[in-house]
Design a protein around this ligand. Structure first.
Ligand code: B3K
Ligand code: ZN
Length: 885
């Protein structure tokens, strides 16, 4: 018999906590046999509670209760009851001290939630509901408490013992053991609790805050990684400074610690004063980390640091409000990265992710609003919608208010809610109160599942010299019907003359021409709305939704010639790139259609000439050019299709790529040579990154057409590269080429050179598994028995299974269905070991609606097979059951 279906939790059922915990005193005794956790909780009834139950219910999972006492008196069996996932303490007073002793087994913890072991160290992950795997507690974010933590462990095995806040005491104990006590002066929910114990060394730095306080910055790593810390520490200092300058936010403790661990479900965690990072998101040196990794580290270090205010000082009332901290913090880290690097490139990367993956999520079975109304397992809601779309929603408020009023709004929000657990409504209210701008209609964004579609129509009247813009909005909801109410959409707009210059925008006849703006953020609030602009002397080209000012789909209104014009003349960098993407999408689709019909394939010469124009341009920014030379990905082309013909998309995209590369061979060779710098010390500044990127794009294109000269260039680059960006780019180019022997030789050499470095091995695995040339299903299966693979390590799972199913699209979607069965087998295996990873991994199968009927049936059959498993975790159950027709 299968167990009862897991329970759904609803936002509408939210009740204030009946009890509060003022003080939490924890004592951990760590050993090779397990851990003993003693807790002393000062509990009182919540005077504002909605209910006043007799009993106290505490959360607890996989705990062995060894002792329990109230106010120093041990409880007999009739005083409490062990219940499913918790503990009921019967008939409690208004104020009392609860003491519990629990035993846990970190060594056997493979779900990587709560307290677990990663190689030889102990570490924790408590968000969202991991603390209940450590001790019985009110494991909800609106219960905030002051924590004091003592850790006892063997002095030789675990010389470093860390927790949140400031270290207040340490000392030796008998039998080679020692202890350290930490005190966190800030009240916090237990999801921000952290503990680390290990044989680590620390790299130290210091930061002086804007008020002149010195903060110790300390990064803890395993000894072999001591030369991989400087980039993270520099990023941290830059983040601290940026948050002071842009948001007026200062750090609040005397020490800020970062720890790198190899086994981690996500990228990193913002525990108060003690951030824990996945090694792959924090460790870097030029010869082992690529430019992309350098940039990822900068962004994630900033993201976790920024949480200290947006998340920790002001936290979430409940998990439905997750985007309150995540959407806002992603917006903050994106602005930070934009300020540190190329703003246009950062926007292109973010929108690419949003349109490829978040739009797909929004159109799929797990579609949910930025503030979900219900969930079964909260871990499933750390999604692109909560993070990326949540950031877009905050970004729209920013665009509607402007920088100055937005800052007033954030100041008010932090001041009003410091030390509180609040809601997304509280955030919007602060923005509204500080700016005076009515955001009532805007709030609909928080409840929307699905992506609005904007249709654009325009007319130019030569005689009246007016330009009329007509915008219409609609929103297909996930249920297939149409959401009636219009959204408040900031629609950024400009008009270009035929030299590509911005034309003054005069909406009101009395406006003074000289002071007229050349770009406007239009308040688009109705289902249909007309905007008229006066004194337009010649027919202009409209520049629509500049910088992607709202997360919407926009119906393409441009002719190919207009797109070509915008590709070389648009003054908004994002829209310039987007014009190129739109043109390439149209042309690839045209080729795919011919391919599907068995017709002859040809590429519109205008696309080739446009790329030639970009390559020979003296004026174009290299960072933008490096993005413009990349064709839309297969995933994006699939997302745009009603029913995706995977093989046709793959072949058409390759055909367009190769046709362009053949036609522009000499320009590409010149681009390679021009950007081949005489080797100076590696720098991760965005200009150097752009140059390396251009060089490596050119190399990849030349190798894809089997150019012999390019093979020599790639082999030379591979042998002599002094940084991982160039080394791995030449490996990728070789792997994706038809030069079989050089590819195999390079893969072998690379592994032999780097096998001791887990971060590089992860790259080696994902390069192979993500490529159609080297990542056949058999090859991927073989890699799973390679010494480098470990199914218990999430990074390895992502590098092998994740890369195969998400990047190696034609192989995964092979019509024989074996790719689907392979994924299902591994989801079933991981369901037992690590449900969070299993439920993330299953995503590609849930997108069956996009494919032909035969594939749909095969994918659904695998989903059903998973659902039929005994003991399915809540995580996998929720995603799979919602995905089945
Ligand atoms: N807040 C964490 C994510 C925790 C994930 C829990 N399953 C990292 C971040 O967004 O900063
Ligand atoms: Zn976050």
């Amino acid at each position: 018999m299968k167990e009862a279906q897991p329970r759904t939790i609803f936002l509408k059922d939210y009740k204030k906590p009946p009890f509060l915990i003022d003080e939490t005193v924890l004592h951990f005794d760590l050993s090779e046999q397990g851990a003993t956790v003693k807790s002393r909780l000062s509990i009182r009834r919540n005077p504002d509670a909605d209910t006043a139950p007799q009993d106290l219910y505490l959360d607890g999972v996989d705990l062995e209760l060894a002792a329990i006492a109230i106010d120093g008196v041990e409880l007999s069996g009739s005083g409490y009851e062990l219940i499913a996932e918790g503990l009921r303490v019967i008939d409690v007073a208004d104020n009392f001290l609860l003491e519990c002793e629990t035993r846990i087994k970190p060594h056997e913890n493979t779900c990587l939630e709560g307290l677990y072991k990663s190689s030889s160290m102990f570490c924790t992950q408590c968000e969202a509901e991991g603390f209940r795997r450590i001790t019985y507690y009110l494991d909800r974010p609106d219960v905030m408490s002051r924590f004091t933590t003592t850790i006892v462990a063997d002095k030789n095995l675990y010389p470093i013992l860390l927790s949140n806040g400031n270290q207040v005491e340490r000392g030796d104990l008998d039998a080679d053991r020692h202890f350290v006590t930490w005190e966190d002066p800030f009240r916090k929910p237990c999801y921000l609790f952290a503990l680390v114990a290990g044989d680590l060394l620390n790299i130290d730095d210091e930061y002086t805050t804007m008020s002149g306080r010195k903060v110790a910055l300390r990064m803890f790593v395993e000894p072999q990684n001591k030369d991989k810390c400087s980039h993270a520490l520099n990023s941290l200092k830059a983040s601290m400074k940026w948050d002071e300058e842009v948001y007026g936010r200062e750090y609040d403790l005397d020490i800020f610690m970062i720890v790198a661990v190899d086994d981690f479900n996500m990228g990193a965690m913002e525990n108060k004063g003690l951030n824990i990072f996945n090694s792959s998101c924090v460790l870097a040196k030029p010869d082992t980390a690529t430019d992309a990794t350098y940039q990822r580290i900068e962004a994630i270090v900033a993201h976790e640091y920024f949480h200290n205010w947006s998340g920790n000082r002001v936290t979430c009332r409940d998990w439905f409000q997750l985007s309150l901290k995540e959407g806002f913090t992603v917006f903050r880290d994106a602005e930070f990265s934009a300020d540190m690097n190329s703003r246009t490139v950062k926007r292109i990367e973010d929108v690419n992710l949003l349109r490829t993956a978040q739009f797909a999520e929004d159109a799929g079975p797990m579609s949910h609003p930025v503030r979900p109304a219900s969930f079964i397992e909260i871990s499933n809601f750390y999604t692109l919608t909560i993070y990326e779309k949540g950031a877009e929603v905050v970004g729209m408020i920013y665009r509607l208010l402007g920088a100055e009023l937005f800052r007033k709004g954030s100041d008010l929000y932090f001041e009003r809610h410091d030390g509180q657990a609040v809601t997304t409504d509280d955030f919007v209210q602060a923005m509204q109160d500080a700016s005076g701008k009515d955001l009532t209609q805007f709030k609909r964004w928080y409840d929307l599942a699905g992506t609005p579609v904007i249709a654009v129509d325009y007319e130019y009247d030569q005689d009246g010299q007016t330009f009329t813009l007509k915008l219409s909005q609609s929103c297909p909801s996930t249920a297939g019907d149409v959401v009636e109410k219009p959204f408040h959409i900031p629609f950024s707009f400009a008009l270009l003359d035929n030299n590509g210059c911005n034309i003054p925008l005069i909406q009101d006849d009395d406006a003074v021409f000289a002071n007229a703006p050349t770009e406007l953020v239009l308040d688009f609030v109705k289902t249909e709305q007309i905007f008229t602009f006066q004194h337009i002397e010649k027919r202009p080209i409209p520049s629509l939704l500049r910088g992607f000012s709202a997360p919407v789909r926009i119906k393409n209104t441009y002719s190919r010639d207009e797109l070509l014009f915008l590709m070389s003349n648009e003054t908004d960098g994002f829209n310039r790139w987007d014009a190129g993407q739109k043109l390439a999408v149209e042309i690839i689709r045209e080729v795919a259609e011919s391919y599907a019909q068995g017709a002859e394939l040809t590429v519109d010469q205008r696309l080739i000439e446009a790329y030639r124009g970009l390559l020979v341009s003296e004026s174009i920014d290299k960072a933008l050019l490096s993005k413009m030379l990349l064709l839309p990905t297969e995933s994006y082309l699939i997302e745009l299709s009603e029913t995706a013909n995977v093989d046709a998309i793959h072949h058409a995209r390759n055909f367009v790529r190769d046709t362009v590369a053949k036609a522009l061979k000499s320009e590409l060779l010149k681009c390679y040579q021009d950007n081949l710098e005489a080797e100076t010390a590696y720098s991760a500044d965005f200009r150097s990154i752009a140059k390396r990127s251009l060089k490596n794009i050119a190399l990849g294109l030349l190798l894809s057409i089997g150019d012999a000269e390019a093979l020599t260039l790639a082999e030379t680059q591979f042998a002599t590269a002094e940084n991982m960006t160039d080394e791995s780019a030449s490996l990728i180019a070789l792997v994706n080429s038809d030069f079989i022997a050089p590819r195999e030789a390079a893969l072998e050499t690379f592994y032999a050179k780097w096998k001791a470095d887990p971060q590089v091995v992860e790259q080696w695995l994902s390069i192979q598994c993500g490529s159609v040339k080297s990542g056949s299903l058999e090859a991927v299966k073989r890699l799973m028995s390679h010494e480098a693979f470990d199914i218990k390590n999430p990074n390895k799972v992502r590098s092998v299974i994740g890369a195969f199913c998400n990047q190696n699209i034609v192989s995964f979607h092979n019509a024989n269905g074996q790719g689907y069965a392979f994924l299902a087998d591994n989801v079933i295996k991981l369901n037992k070991l690590n449900p969070q990873i299993a439920s993330r991994l299953v995503t590609p199968l849930t997108r069956w609606k996009k494919f032909d009927e035969q594939r749909q049936a095969l994918m659904q059959a695998q989903l059903k097979r998973i659902l039929d498993e005994e003991n399915l975790s809540k995580d996998v159950y929720e995603v799979v059951s919602k995905s089945i027709k």
